[in-house]
Write a protein that binds this ligand. Structure first.
Ligand code: PLP
Length: 404
């Protein structure tokens, strides 16, 4: 994480004048922090009358390359699209296997199905809830062609162990970075340990473009066709064609394009990129605020019976999209918090017990049981200290209010 800029994040939303404990609170689980800076760049896009794939997307890609240190970044309209294209870039033969964690959002594994490949679900590490590397080794066989580690909640998968293991077996590595953005792990940015990293800018993420995603690689040859694949197979930016058309010495073939690869309508557009450019500037401050909130949660939860942070969060070292707890009485706790106006969630129902994945399911006994204890708590950069205390108080009185 970038701790170099000391300014603190100043949310633009109005705050309650006075803290009113235990009533009148309505605390969202996730919330994008957007305001004037984003609107200004959207306005400029309107004034240019260019809101599709255009200069903002190119600028955002260039800035993401600078921010992440990646040799190449390509903007798309979601991380779901990024994950689909990341696997497609390798052109694996149909029917090969891809190792994915069971505890993740559907998109990690639907990307496998989109590519006519077979998901192999890997159980969670009991401590971190990330991919269990022992189970990974057990699930591997010679038909596996790739592995997709998810930095669950933002907590790094031990990439220094996973990478040599994957390389020895010739596996490609696609990092699902939907829950992280800009975190360094052992001297390397998460997203650049593997062959391709995929970030999400959906509205609940560390930064947003409404919906959007970014693919990164340090091997530009891998992305040779990716720009065409994200734009219906055309490897030529529309806005550049339009620019050529308006120059005096225009080429009579300015309209020409060739379709050589199967593409999708997955491009990011200039309105999303306008939001992204403004959000990227705020990202370090928003991540720092999230870290402060997680520290407040962790300190406040110490010694509370029946409850523990869901994983060993290190908010001083990494940035987290989610915070959560493991609770002995999850459902009762959720109902209790809901009664106090506190939104909660469960991330996730493991994919290995979802009906869609039944043919490959019921293979991850630990997480298929453990997810019943998971509660996601409110985490976003606009949360106030008072609101976090309110959530903590709600958890602390649970035993008196409900159990006792
Ligand atoms: C782990 C993970 N992967 C992928 C995605 C897909 O992201 P997007 O909504 O940008 O398609 C998400 C979104 O929640 C996610 O949590």
């Amino acid at each position: 994480m970038d701790h170099s800029k000391p300014e603190t994040f100043k949310p633009e939303t109005s705050k309650p004048e006075t803290f009113k404990p235990f009533f009148n609170m309505n605390i969202r689980l996730f919330k994008p922090s957007v305001g004037e800076e984003e609107l200004q760049l959207i306005r400029e896009s309107f004034e240019r009358s260019w809101i599709g794939l255009g200069p903002n997307v190119s600028q955002f890609e260039a800035e993401w390359e600078k921010f992440s240190g990646a040799a190449m970044a390509v903007g798309v309209n979601s991380a779901t699209a990024a994950l689909h294209l990341a696997l497609a870039a390798f052109r694996f033969p149909e029917g090969k296997k891809v190792l994915v964690p069971s505890l993740t959002f559907a998109a990690t594994a639907t990307a496998v199905l989109y590519n006519r490949l077979v998901p192999v679900f890997v159980d969670s590490d009991p401590v971190t809830l990330g991919m269990d590397l022992n189970d990974l080794a057990r699930k591997y066989d010679k038909d596996c062609v790739a592995v997709m580690p998810v930095h669950y909640a933002g907590h790094p998968v031990p990439m220094e162990k996973l990478m040599p293991w994957a390389r020895e077996r010739g596996l490609k590595v696609v990092e699902d970075c939907a829950h992280t953005a800009g975190a360094m792990y052992k001297g390397q940015m998460l997203g650049l340990w593997g062959d391709i990293g995929c970030y999400s800018f959906e509205e609940k993420k560390l930064m947003t473009t409404g919906d959007g995603g970014m693919m990164v690689t340090n091997d530009p040859e891998l992305f040779r066709d990716v720009k065409a694949m994200r734009w219906v197979g055309i490897d030529k930016d529309n806005w550049k064609t339009a620019q050529a058309y308006t120059t005096a010495n225009r080429d009579a073939m300015h309209w020409f394009y060739e379709i050589a690869v199967l593409g999708y309508k997955y491009n990011m557009n200039d309105l999303a990129a306008a939001i992204g450019l403004a959000q990227l500037k705020k990202l370090p401050a928003m991540s720092r605020r999230r870290s402060e909130i997680i520290r407040q949660y962790m300190d406040g939860l110490e010694g509370v019976p029946g409850v523990a942070p869901m994983l060993p969060f290190e908010p001083e070292n990494y940035c987290y999209q989610m915070f959560g707890i493991r609770a002995d009485q999850r459902d009762e706790m959720m109902i209790h918090l809901k009664g106090l106006g506190i939104a909660t969630g469960c991330h996730y129902t493991p994919l290995s017990i979802q009906p869609l994945f039944a043919p490959w399911g019921h293979t991850c006994p630990f997480v298929e049981k453990e997810h019943e204890r998971l509660i996601t708590l409110p985490l976003h950069a606009d949360l106030t200290d008072e609101e976090v205390d309110y959530v903590l108080d709600g958890i602390k009185v649970f035993h008196e209010a409900v159990v006792a």
